[in-house]
Write a protein that binds this ligand. Structure first.
Ligand SMILES: O=P(O)(O)OC[C@H]1O[C@H](OP(=O)(O)OP(=O)(O)O)[C@H](O)[C@@H]1O
Ligand SMILES: Nc1ncnc2[nH]cnc12
Length: 213
């Protein structure tokens, strides 16, 4: 991807260390007009109102997965960005981070680390609990999956509040990782002023669309 496209796609790179001190992110430029692959990716995501509950506009990535060319475009954009950045590990967040993370990891020559929901990993784990809209959830990683100082990219399909990514960052940093960035296909614009990602940038390809296909 060219410099112009990179700049456009990077509209949601927000490195927040002190929320009060950091200016609000610049509204997204017409990223989809710069890189035609982004328009195709956006078009392939289905927005389902009121799923899984009333009021939620659910971003369904499964139509994108049914279109290998579009699926590949999404992976390629991430690979173009992260290749050559000395990233030792890609950490994917269960469940949808497992769809994109391994493909990116293989293409950039990094190992893949699954960050799993509780009681899924058989070995010794470290855990990080985080707050959801209602209740809490937890991510776990095998002890020894990451070596102190290793550069890590965190991958998920979507960032909404940023709570899940924050927990992933905390978990990896507690294990000594150097978290380079978080990468998501989709960012929900209504939440974009509230990203608090522990000082780490988040790279988002497309905004959620607000209608059903
Ligand atoms: O930014 P946040 O507000 O934390 O929300 C984003 C998270 O929500 C979704 O996962 P979900 O928790 O629904 O789990 P699933 O992938 O197992 O369905 C999504 O895949 C992200 O991981
Ligand atoms: N609107 C949304 N669509 C899909 N996954 C989500 N996770 C949190 N919010 C979501």
């Amino acid at each position: 991807m060219g410099e112009e496209a990179k700049a456009a796609a990077a509209w949601a790179e927000i490195a927040v260390t002190d929320a009060a001190a950091v200016p609000k992110p610049t509204p997204p430029p017409a990223a989809v007009a710069v890189d035609p692959r982004l328009q195709g990716i956006s078009d392939a995501i289905r927005v389902v109102p009121h799923f899984p509950k009333q009021g939620i506009m659910f971003n369904d990535i499964t139509p994108l997965l049914l279109r290998p060319g579009v699926f590949k475009d999404a992976v390629d954009i991430f690979v173009e960005r992260y290749r050559g950045m000395a990233i030792a590990a890609v950490a994917g967040i269960e469940a949808r981070g497992f769809i994109f993370g391994p493909a990116i990891a293989l293409a950039i020559g990094a190992k893949f680390i699954p960050l799993r929901k509780p009681k899924k990993l058989p070995g010794e784990v470290i855990s990080e609990t985080y707050v959801l809209e209602y209740g809490t959830d937890c991510l776990q990683m095998h002890v020894g999956a990451i070596e102190p100082g290793e550069r890590v990219l965190i991958v998920d399909d979507l960032v909404a509040t940023g709570g899940t990514l924050c927990a992933a960052i905390r978990l990896l940093e507690r294990a000594g990782a150097d978290v380079v960035e978080c990468a998501c296909l989709i960012g929900l614009p209504k939440f974009k002023d509230f990203y608090k990602l522990n000082g780490k940038p988040v790279y988002v390809l497309v905004e959620s669309r607000e209608y059903e296909k």
